[in-house]
Design a protein. Structure first.
Length: 158
């Protein structure tokens, strides 16, 4: 298994930081930044979903679906050495759980054609207690996946 923390204490100084571009739409802000540490340069994509209140659901499903598709697209384009995708909200269980469940289940729906939202939620809760905090959030995941299924059906018809 991999170590969660690095073994030695090392301070890395970022010598150069620049924002390449920012996109703002439907309560979602995407910042693409470059930072340099010594000779190494890396790209950081920061997705910030500002219109999703804590322990609640967004007013509309399309922005979450757009966020999931954007992050999944960036993950597919990224080099294997790019590092992990990090998803977080204030407690790391409600909105984060909805995002992770939606991402996993959209991929499953696309590849297998069928999903089990309850099973996925239970597995997420085994991995991290409290994922998807409220009934409304659970229903919202259903709603987003229904929207995605319709999107897939339209694409298949074309």
């Amino acid at each position: 298994s991999c170590a969660f923390w690095i073994d030695e204490s090392v301070i890395h100084m970022v010598s150069k930081w620049s924002t390449r571009f920012c996109l703002h739409f439907a309560g979602l802000h995407v910042f693409v930044c470059m930072y340099q540490c010594g000779e190494e340069e890396r790209t950081l994509r920061h997705y910030w979903y500002t219109s999703w209140p804590d322990q609640k659901t967004p007013d509309k499903a399309p922005p979450l679906l757009e966020l999931v598709q954007q992050v999944d697209g960036a993950r597919e384009e990224a080099l294997p050495s790019s590092g992990p995708i990090i998803v977080h909200c204030s407690a790391g269980i409600g909105r984060t759980g909805c995002f992770i469940a939606t991402s996993i289940l959209c991929k499953q729906l696309r590849t297998e054609g069928v999903v089990d939202i309850l099973r996925a939620t239970c597995q997420l809760r085994l991995d991290r207690g409290g994922m998807i905090q409220t009934c409304e959030q659970y229903q919202f995941v259903h709603h987003v996946l229904s929207l995605y299924e319709k999107q897939l059906s339209r694409s298949a018809e074309e």
